[in-house]
Design a binder for this molecule. Structure first.
Ligand SMILES: NC(=O)c1ccc[n+]([C@@H]2O[C@H](COP(=O)([O-])OP(=O)(O)OC[C@H]3O[C@@H](n4cnc5c(N)ncnc54)[C@H](O)[C@@H]3O)[C@@H](O)[C@H]2O)c1
Length: 341
């Protein structure tokens, strides 16, 4: 293996996969060698457009002279594909979520522990400039004591495009807006505030149906308690206009994070004072920066910020939310943590 560049293959090249192909190409420490998708047209198009070798199967991709694989495949395939890649000595970058549930996540960690491979999970949202700045502001105590938080990540994909069938299947993608959107802010809140300890979730099908006309969960609202006593709420809907907002409420100031700016709102002598801090960058930058971190960890024996253990805690929170909906009750995250695996 080269000491200054990592050869990668990618599985899953449509939709978000295409974004990641571009990010790989823009990352100076990675070389895209091969691609695979079950959609052969997508493989042909990607290999022609980006000059990489088409693979006929996932196994062929792993055998294409690569050091690492980037998985941008449906969530329920992550566990199996990670284990296959680790078994033949490849480093793995996998899109969020790490696994379908805690049990599968623990199996992945067991497999990983038997190797020297790097495994990084694509929780790119915490890498966005706005949340790096938010963390700095919180760390220097500018908010005073944190009291509560509110996060909202929504998108209208369920009203617009044809949604891939796996996202409509409650067995493959339970409480769909949560693993697809909400989990980004589960990760951000655990990065900014603390570990989430307990959850209560409400879910409904407001609009979406699958091909058979059955309801699909397209709307979730959760209440959370963190291990430091902070409480919070999380909205994730698949059928409303794009919304991207995290607010952390403190005794000295409230911090409102949007896509490209932060507002620090505090009580001044003459009412509320608002300081706006620009934090603009293209969302694409976070994909390039997480891939660069992945390459650096491989080249310099490092450990990624969002490793399997960190990402598994996000999976556990979402699984606890699912259990909460099923049982109509509040669920401690430790309940799924200890039963998983
Ligand atoms: N980090 C982010 O911002 C972000 C954004 C969107 C999606 N994602 C994640 O990326 C992944 C893909 O999401 P998507 O929305 O692009 O889904 P998608 O269904 O649109 O795309 C999945 C791709 O995988 C291919 N595929 C299916 N089975 C395969 C297999 N066995 N081997 C290889 N390829 C296979 C499909 O043909 C398709 O091209 C998911 O895990 C999702 O959670 C992350």
């Amino acid at each position: 293996m080269s000491t200054d560049n990592v050869k990668v293959g990618i599985a899953g090249v449509k939709n978000h996969g295409r974004t990641m192909v571009r990010a790989i190409r823009e990352c100076d420490l990675l070389t895209l060698v091969s691609c695979f998708d079950v959609d052969t047209d997508a493989v042909r198009q990607t290999s022609e457009e980006f000059g990489c070798a088409p693979a006929d199967s996932f196994e062929d991709l792993l055998a294409a002279g690569i050091d690492a694989v980037v998985l941008v495949t449906p969530n329920h395939l992550h566990g199996k594909q990670i284990r296959k890649a680790l078994a033949v000595g490849k480093h793995v970058f996998v899109e969020k979520p790490l696994a379908s549930d805690v049990a599968e996540g623990k199996e992945i960690i067991d497999s990983l522990d038997r190797t020297k491979a790097v495994l990084q999970v694509g929780h790119n949202t915490r890498k966005r400039k706005v949340f790096r700045k938010a963390r700095e502001i919180i760390d220097r105590g500018a908010l005073g004591r944190i009291v509560s938080c509110h996060a909202h990540f929504s998108y209208d994909a369920g009203l617009r495009a044809a949604v891939p069938s796996w996202k409509l299947d409650p067995h493959l993608c339970p409480l769909m807006p949560l693993p697809q959107l909400g989990i980004h802010f589960v990760d951000v809140l655990q990065y900014l505030v603390s570990t989430i300890d307990e959850v209560c979730c409400f879910a409904r099908s407001a609009v979406m149906k699958d091909e058979a006309g059955s309801d699909v969960v397209d709307s979730t609202v959760s209440v959370m308690r963190f291990d430091n006593g902070v409480t919070g709420t999380l909205h994730a809907h698949y059928v409303v206009p794009p919304t991207f907002e995290v607010t952390v409420f403190g005794t000295r100031a409230n911090l409102v994070c949007r896509e490209d700016s932060l507002a620090v709102i505090s009580t001044g002598d003459f009412g509320l004072e608002e300081e706006i801090i620009p934090a603009g960058e293209s969302p694409h930058a976070s994909f390039i920066s997480e891939l660069r971190e992945f390459a650096e960890c491989i080249l310099h024996d490092g450990r990624p910020e969002v490793d399997a253990a960190t990402a598994l805690r996000n999976v556990a929170v979402v699984e606890a939310m699912k259990k909460s909906v099923e049982g109509g009750r509040t669920v401690k995250v430790d309940e799924v943590w200890s039963t998983g695996g």
